[in-house]
Design a protein. Sequence first.
Length: 128
Amino acid sequence: MELVQQLISNLGLSEEQAQGGAGLLLGLLKDKLSETDFAQVSGAVPDSEGLIEKAPEAGGGLGGLLGGVASALGGSQLGELASLAGGFSKLGLDADMIGKLVPILVSFLESKGGEGLAGIVSKVLEGG
């Protein structure tokens, strides 16, 4: 899978970490986007559902706490991404890796689906 290979080569992740991290982000997009918008994402990322299934459970732990605090302070995007920290931790990755995966995913989606798709995804993942 092309996206997973980009994550492995750009960030030095194992295949399991790349699949799980991509799956966590795609799962967030699936939760936050309309069915129509997510259909564009899944069209650009073959086997996006498979990646989502390979992702560890995102919630709980410090990630859930950080997500709750950030949401309470009005940082909804920050809260949503922070809520993934528990899943990233289960992959042996720290929360900083979320910020490294997001631009690669957005760039990948832009290359496959155009600026419109990248813009839709950016609103969820980057708050822009």
